[in-house]
Structures are given as C-alpha cells and as structure tokens.
Design a binder for this molecule. Structure first.
Ligand code: CA
Length: 252
C-alpha cells in the first residue's frame, strides 16, 4: 500500500482500466493538483496500472482541460492556485457537464466537503489517502456514471455540449450552423460507426434521401473545414462507397 501525503496533507488523482472483450482502453483522468511532487507521484502510480493521466497545476489550467477534453473522471484538489476546486466544479455542473468528480480535501475542511457534495461532486477523499483507495473510488464513480445521461460528447480534443450547443476543438470555440451541429451530433453519438449517406440524410434533414443529391457530402466538407482543418488527428473519416464516420477515441 502506498500512502499519498505531504506536510500539509495534500494529494492527487488517477484513472482506470476497463475491458471490452480483448480490447483494453485506458480510462482517462484529469488530476488537478498544484503540489508537483505529489502530482507526479500519483500520476506515476496510476500510469503504472495502465491509466492515462493529465495533470493541471493550477485552477485555470484545470478548467481549460476539463472543458476542452473528454475525461472519464476528474480528481479535483479544492485548494488550487488561480481558481479553487469548488468554483471549477460549480461551473462544470452549470454547463451541464456530468463527468464524475472526486474532490480532494485536507482534514478539517468539512464545510468545503459539504459544499462540494451539494455542488454535485460524486465523492471526496481526505488527505492523506492510499493510492489503492483512490483507484477503488475512481472505479466506483465511473461505474455509477456510466448509465448517466451525458450532455457533453467528446472525441479526442473535440467537445460537443448538447445543452449549450457549444463546440470546441483543443479548447477553441467553433461556430456551427444548426444543420452542421445536427450532423456533427449524429456522427458523435456513434463514434467509430460508419453512417451511410441515407442514414445521415434521414436523420439530419428528416426527409427521404435523393440519390442524385450531394447534400451530405457538401455538409461533410464544410464540417471538415471547421472541425479538422489545422488539427490532428483528422476526426471525420470517409469510408469509400459507404459513408462517413467520426473517428473513435483511442483514449490515450
Ligand atoms: Ca493544493
């Protein structure tokens, strides 16, 4: 057992490994922790177990990452420079983001813990804690969140907020027309799945597909310019002779 602790009782975050048949995806966790040594210690511990971890060292960076990239869970230190954990949590929830959040608090911060739970935190850990306990709690909050309706779809660094209709790539806002948004949403609801022009047309335009039209192709090109130009990896893929798909997130 490895105890995570420092003089002021601070600690960090982690991730998870989940299996679908024989394929293993890394669960991705954002660790917001300003104590470098602790952050690095926790990150290494979790990566050794196959988790993918992004570390944010201050509140603004944590908020930027949390809203710009898809995470399976966020481990949020309450006392962060720049912007505190509770303010970040409040804003994530007010945007409709339901990503599981575990708050990390120091002993004695009872009011903050209660406020955090009221703001929609899924759990909290009091420093010092064991890595093993952190991993178990991450598993639990992620498992519980799986049936939860999500309002934010994400693939790679693309994020689509279905409530505010805000789309960002790499944290930068992208303006889409109503139809472009509907097309992107349809693709993003089934990443990795090939959708035919007929399916797309019926779903996005709500009328029967006219084989003579290149409407779908035209809109795909527009969407590509906005979503993929200047970014890697390219997310909108053409499957020749069949249709289009949004690249599945490799989660690493
Ligand atoms: Ca801290």
């Amino acid at each position: 057992m490895v105890l995570v602790e420092d003089a002021e009782g601070r600690a960090g975050g982690g991730v998870i490994l989940r299996s679908f048949g024989l394929v293993f995806f890394k669960m991705k966790v954002l660790l917001a922790e300003d104590e470098r040594k602790i952050a690095s210690f926790i990150r290494k511990g979790l990566e050794a177990e196959g988790f993918a971890v992004d570390v944010a060292e201050n509140g603004s960076e944590a908020y930027e990452l949390a809203t710009g990239r898809p995470y399976d869970a966020i481990l949020l230190d309450i006392m962060l420079p720049g912007r505190d954990g509770l303010s970040i949590l409040r804003q994530l929830r007010s945007r409709g983001m339901s990503v599981p959040v575990i708050l990390v608090t120091a002993r004695g911060e009872l009011n903050e813990r209660l406020e955090g739970l009221n703001l929609g935190a899924d759990d909290y850990l009091v420093k010092p804690f064991f890595i093993e306990e952190l991993v178990a709690r991450l598993h639990a909050v992620i498992r519980r969140s799986e049936g939860r309706p999500t309002s934010v779809l994400g693939v790679a660094d693309l994020s689509i907020d279905l409530v505010t209709r805000e789309v960002t790539r790499g944290g930068e806002r992208i303006e889409l027309t109503r139809r472009e948004f509907a097309l992107l949403e349809y693709l993003a609801r089934s990443p990795g799945r090939v959708l035919t022009r007929i399916q797309i047309c019926e779903q996005v335009w709500e009328y029967d597909f006219d084989p003579g039209t290149n409407l779908v192709d035209v809109y795909i090109q527009r969407l590509r310019r906005k979503i993929d130009d200047g970014h890697e990896p390219k997310l909108i893929e053409t499957v020749r002779g069949v249709g289009y798909r949004l690249r599945a997130d490799s989660r690493d």
